[in-house]
Write a protein that binds this ligand. Structure first.
Ligand code: ADP
Ligand code: MG
Length: 448
């Protein structure tokens, strides 16, 4: 007699656990991680899973061990232990950054890469132009001029270009600095007394001869009297350009709005590629938050991500700041990251909410689905109406600080019904692009 149940049972059991987790509305990220676990044995009273490596095993065990054990117990209908093993044959997980192949060039921040830049409509032009630059530096889009408001990822993209170039061609001589540094360095050179000539020569070599790619951040930092600096830059620019060396420039405004840049330089910028970067849309803001949380190995519930993304609209740096604050509070207090905790932790740093409340949401959702408010709230179980109502409830939960019972009162339902509807839509928002768009559209109508 064998004590081990056939592995088939393990498969079935694990599939049921995964389904139960999905019902709980766990994030797509966590689902992805769990999908990497494989049942390998299921002796009586036990399920053994294999993780691709020790890192993932430990992370899942630490963060979800208890939840998984509990679900396993439920799904098996009897006491059942869980064991996680690391599969030594597989490599490190992709979430762990691989060490850069060459030492980073001075001025480059290795943390800013293409891989951790989240794409959306608002930045795809800049992103693809930046990638094009890395494929054939100096050949096509030269110079690449990137402009957009503060906190939208210009510096990130600039470093990503530098890092990618050094990854593809480790001996590329990349120089990255901002407009102010260029100016200060040049002013220091011109005030070097009797060593001025020598220093000037060093400066020229550094930015002209010994440079394959010049990445100049924040050119708008040139102010007022820096005529000499601008002239020096003009000469540098020409020499690099004529030598087919790549130049990338960022600015918080387009060349036409830069009063301190000469027309002849602007004309040259226009001969390259001007690419603007815009504030990300709601969905992109959510993805950025999820990505940053993932990198920090924090599980960010979808309603918390939606809550932050709703309130911080114009600046990715502030989006990140809000997340950092949540993580700091979580680390200090060990309070799990959830909506209530986020509302509390961020109450002083988030801008005040727009005038969105349960009534305006009901109104807007009704309009969107072509129903009267009364029909949406009281219209019974007909599928179309029930869906509209569930979406409205979900929006109430994610766009206002209202509790389930409060939302229940507005919809004349009990709090469990609201909770169920919210979970359901939350799951759909992750899995169904059409529903995601519906929610995004109603949101944007409510807040614009
Ligand atoms: P800017 O130079 O335009 O002021 P930064 O490049 O400094 O903005 O970006 C501010 C912060 O926001 C950085 O931490 C950057 O990593 C992050 N960030 C901006 N856009 C994105 C994006 N699309 N994906 C991931 N992170 C982003
Ligand atoms: Mg910047």
């Amino acid at each position: 007699m064998s004590s081990a149940a056939p592995l088939e049972n393990g498969d079935v059991l694990w599939t049921r656990v995964l389904a139960a987790l999905r019902q709980r509305g766990v994030s797509a990220h966590l689902q992805g991680l769990l999908a990497q676990l494989r049942p390998i044995e299921s002796p009586a009273g036990k399920l053994v899973l294999s993780a691709p490596n020790a890192f993932i095993r430990d992370w899942i065990e630490d963060n979800y061990g208890a939840t998984l054990a509990e679900l396993l117990h439920d799904c098996a209908d009897e006491p059942c232990d869980l064991e996680l093993r690391a599969d030594a044959a597989q490599g490190l997980p992709s979430v762990r950054p691989s060490p850069p192949p060459a030492p980073p060039a001075a001025g480059l921040n290795a943390a800013y890469t293409f891989a951790n830049f989240v794409l959306g409509k608002s930045n795809e032009l800049v992103f693809s132009a930046a990638q094009g630059v890395c494929k054939s530096p100096g050949q096509g889009n030269n110079p690449l001029f990137v402009y957009g408001d503060s906190g939208l990822g210009k510096t990130h993209i600039l470093h990503a270009i530098g890092n990618e170039l050094r990854r593809l061609r480790p001996d590329t001589r990349v120089r990255l600095l901002n407009g102010e540094q260029f100016m200060n360095e040049y002013i220091a050179v011109t005030h070097a007394g009797n060593r001025t000539l020598e220093k000037r020569e060093d400066f020229r070599n550094k930015y002209r001869k010994d440079c394959d790619v010049l990445l100049l951040d924040d050119i708008q930092l040139w102010r007022g009297s820096a005529i000499e600096t601008r002239h020096e830059f003009f000469l540098t620019f020409n020499e690099l350009y004529e030598g087919r060396k790549q130049i990338v420039i960022t600015s918080d405004r387009p060349p036409s709005d830069l009063p301190d840049i000469e027309e002849r330089l602007k004309t040259r910028f226009h001969h390259g590629l001007l690419a603007d970067i815009q504030p990300p849309a709601f969905e992109t803001r959510v993805s950025i938050l999820q990505k940053k949380a993932e990198d920090r190995r924090i599980q960010l519930p979808p309603d918390v991500a939606a809550f932050i993304a709703e309130r911080v609209r114009k600046n990715v740096r502030e989006l990140e700041g809000a997340l950092n604050r949540l993580i700091a509070v979580h680390d200090l207090t060990r309070v799990p990251v959830n909506l209530e905790m986020a509302q509390q932790a961020l109450r002083n740093i988030l801008p005040p909410p727009q005038a969105v409340n349960l009534d305006t949401i009901v109104e807007e959702a009704s309009r969107f689905y072509g129903l009267t408010a009364d029909k949406l709230v009281r219209g019974g179980r007909q599928k179309r109406i029930a869906h509209a109502r569930a979406v409205a409830m979900y929006l109430c939960r994610t766009m206002t600080p209202s509790s389930f019972p409060e939302i229940g009162a507005r919809f004349e339902k009990d709090h469990a019904t609201v909770m169920y509807a919210c979970r359901k839509i939350e799951g759909l928002v992750e899995s169904d692009p059409a529903i995601r768009r519906e929610c995004a559209e109603i949101r944007s109508r409510l807040t614009s």
